[in-house]
Design a protein around this ligand. Structure first.
Ligand code: ADP
Ligand code: MG
Length: 741
């Protein structure tokens, strides 16, 4: 890069060693760093409101923000307004039982006045608030009885005196994140702005734009220099939007290039060329009591094309709970087997592995195919025997857990790996299984086919980024005859009716789940609470029915025993304090009651609910929550964030059974990092892009990136040289895919 960019800040006019040190503490060392130290917020003086305007609006009883019920968290902020105010006076008032409140009278340019009320942390606010000082206020306005615009505990930020001018003129003003150290070194908002202006002046003429001209034109993107200038000193909100858009696009474009290169590389690997016609698959299809859904057929076509391409398959199969992934996996495995290869199916837990094992054996009954199981805790002799069947190739299909790769197992031509519930495995674990399988295929570098399956639907924006180097197939259709689970939020005082409903279902021969979240601090207390819940249910509420208990202190094989007994119908009700295993299939269970449902996450509730509605009977899910929620329920919009999120979760479940829609809402509520644990998933943290809301940009950037790699697979054209440099700078491991030393 050009020398200006690397220039150390202390040599920039107006900085000096002390300020340079303060900036360096935040990682800002060079002119380049400073230019990319972007404002954390903007105060839009062109559109901020005034006290007078607010009073008029509120008096007209208009709803300030006529948004529909907010599903997206960011909408929550819309109820807030931003104002530039001056504190005119402070007074205290005693109320109730000798309690104090602090009232600030405020004014603004519109020469109207208003009030701020503080109910707590008065000591702090007495010190913080200065009469005569200007503040940026952000908060939710109300009108008091006398018609005065009032804020309760708004956010307040003092305006530096040397900034006042800027705030007065109608402009968009950037706010930087100043640290304590920066302030102590004399850096104010306005000084920083001035420094940034100098830095930009020096840097911009030498800055190169990584985006190729043709991409910029095709997507109407600002050049990098203009975008940077706008990000610091926007001339209008539109330009600011365009600048942000450009940064997001670039960020996603580079990341998608990385994925495209990676995928191109996988495509070039040597794979096994399978003949997709499988006698066993045909045999199985004839025996199945049902037709495949259209979605299942489509996905099988996609898989068949991969298997016969000569390149290794790398496919993610997404499908909601109950969409029939198992049968797709089995048919795929049969193709491998009929081509003379072993197939491996890996599940995250013993219970799931066991269930798959039994399902596969049942489906393959009457064929000569041999399915074996490899899990932890098998006794040595038995395990030895299984290992031998695997090594000699007598085992055709191998089902298991982590045990499949935890010791070096000798597979015999393992040509296909299927991974169920892949989100529960880390990248490394998948890689290890792949290595073992690869080793079994000989030394000439052939790579096995991999199919990963996910029962937790992921919004498209996420699968495009997180699994962007995989091909994605989606089972977006449930087998016919499935009735959506009827879901209802109930309050605790309605529980007797719910119990009565449960009884009627049980009498009709159905089974039920009752789930409690356990919130006790210690395991001992948890066990006690669990047992108490259980005994109360069994003895007082359902004395005429048999209840089984599943709690966290059971060993896995004890849990399994309880589950099995429930599946055999020995219990009418399964009381669970631990979350019931994902993937457990008891079609006769038609009712689920979840206590304190507000404590569960959205994905978790959806998965739990997926345990019912698996047969042909209508199923029901009750989400029970405390009575005081009923009050909040109806005034949802004014609730604090946490509670509102809980309400949104429950309402979403009432409204839809569609896992993809639920996943979208979840993404908006929690953000991608929380959902996926970005660090573990290997996805970089994005600086500009919000995966929850920037879907369209991601899609466009992805298309552009993949198209570019198609045309210039190693990015060696001269017009892509800058792009190549930027890519290597941002993702150091990309060199490998660019074939450079
Ligand atoms: P998941 O995608 O959650 O793993 P499963 O593979 O366990 O779903 O399938 C759920 C149930 O649906 C199983 O009992 C399975 O036999 C049944 N099933 C799968 N495909 C069909 C179909 N096309 N028609 C009817 N039932 C099906
Ligand atoms: Mg499954």
């Amino acid at each position: 890069m050009e020398p200006v960019a690397h220039k150390e800040l202390q040599y920039l006019k107006g900085v000096g060693p002390r300020r340079a040190a303060a900036l360096a503490q935040s990682g800002i060392q060079t002119v380049y760093d400073l230019a990319f130290f972007l404002p954390r917020a903007y105060i839009d003086r062109t559109t901020t409101t005034t006290l007078r305007a607010l009073a008029l609006t509120l008096q007209k009883q208009e709803h300030l923000f006529q948004q529909p019920f907010p599903l997206a968290e960011e909408r929550l902020l819309l109820n807030e307004v931003t104002l530039l105010i001056r504190v005119e006076s402070l007074r205290e008032h005693t109320y109730g039982n000798n309690r104090q409140m602090l009232i600030a009278t405020i004014s603004d340019d519109s020469r109207a006045s208003g009030a701020i009320i503080f109910w707590n942390r008065l000591d702090y606010y007495r010190r913080f608030l200065q009469v005569g000082q200007l503040y940026i206020l952000a908060g939710r306005p109300t009108l008091d009885r006398r018609g005065v615009v009032t804020f309760h505990h708004p956010e307040l930020e003092p305006v530096d005196p040397d900034d006042e001018e800027l705030y007065r003129i109608g402009r968009i003003v950037p706010k930087y994140r100043l640290t304590q150290a920066m302030r102590q070194a004399g850096l104010t908002q306005s000084r920083l702005r001035a420094l940034t202006a100098t830095a930009l002046q020096q840097l911009l003429p030498t800055l190169e734009d990584p985006l190729p001209e043709e991409v910029r034109h095709a997507h109407d993107l600002l050049p990098l220099t203009e975008a940077l200038q706008q990000l610091h000193f926007p001339t209008s909100t539109e330009q600011l939007q365009r600048a942000r858009h450009r940064m997001k696009f670039e960020e996603m474009f580079l990341f998608q290039l990385l994925l495209a290169l990676r995928r191109r590389d996988v495509r070039q690997e040597k794979g096994l060329r399978f003949n997709p016609r499988s006698a066993h698959a045909r045999w199985l299809l004839q025996r199945l009591p049902f037709e495949l859904t259209r979605a299942q057929k489509r996905v099988l076509w996609e898989i068949a094309a991969d298997l016969s391409s000569g390149h290794p398959m790398n496919r993610l199969l997404q499908g909601d709970v109950g969409s029939g992934k198992t049968i797709v996996a089995l048919l795929t495995m049969l193709v491998a087997v009929d081509n003379g290869y072993q197939a491996i199916l890996m599940a995250p837990t013993e219970i799931l592995a066991e269930q798959h094992y039994h399902t596969l054996r049942r489906l393959l009954e009457g064929s000569e195919l041999n399915v074996v199981q490899l899990v932890g805790g098998q006794n040595t002799r038995f395990r030895q025997e299984v290992l031998e069947q695997i090594a000699t190739g007598k085992a055709h299909i191998i089902v298991g857990t982590h045990a499949l790769f935890e010791s070096p197992i000798a597979y015999c031509h393992a040509g296909l790996i299927v991974i169920d519930e892949q989100h529960r495995f880390g990248v490394l674990q998948r890689a290890r299984l792949r290595e073992l399988s690869r080793a079994s295929l000989g030394t000439d570098g052939v790579v096995p086919h991999v199919l990963v399956m996910s029962a937790t639907p992921i919004p498209r924006t996420l699968s495009m980024t997180l699994y962007g180097d995989l091909d994605v197939s989606i089972l977006d259709e449930l087998p016919p005859g499935r009735k959506p689970v009827l879901t209802k939020v109930v309050f605790e005082s309605q529980l007797p009716q719910v119990y009565e409903f449960l009884r009627s279902q049980l009498r009709a021969g159905r089974q039920a789940y009752i789930v409690y979240p356990l919130i006790e601090p210690s395991e001992k207390l948890q066990l006690k609470a669990a047992t108490e819940h259980f005994e109360q249910l069994q003895q007082q509420i359902f004395p005429e029915f048999r209840c089984g208990l599943l709690h966290g202190q059971l060993f896995w094989y004890e849990k399994e025993e309880v589950m099995r007994a429930f599946a055999r119908g020995e219990y009418h009700i399964l009381v669970a304090t631990t979350v019931i295993e994902v993937g457990i299939d008891v079609p006769n269970a038609t009712v689920m009651l979840i206590h304190n449902a507000e404590r569960f996450g959205l994905a978790q509730l959806h998965q739990l609910r997926g345990r019912v509605g698996r047969g042909s009977e209508q199923s029901y899910c009750f989400l029970a929550t405390c009575d005081h929620f009923r009050y909040h329920w109806y005034r949802a919009e004014e609730e604090p964030r946490e509670r509102l999120a809980a309400i949104v979760r429950l309402r979403t479940l009432e409204q839809t059974n569609d896992g993809f829609r639920i996943a979208e809402v979840d993404l908006r509520l929690r953000g991608p990092g929380d959902i996926l644990g970005t660090r573990q998933s290997g996805m970089p943290e994005f600086r500009y892009t919000d995966l929850a809301t920037d879907g369209p940009i991601i899609t466009r950037a992805r298309q552009a990136a993949f198209e570019l790699v198609r045309q210039d697979p190693s990015l060696c054209r001269t017009e892509h040289a800058r792009l190549r440099r930027a890519l290597m700078q941002r993702y150091s491991d990309v060199a490998h895919w660019l074939d450079v030393a």
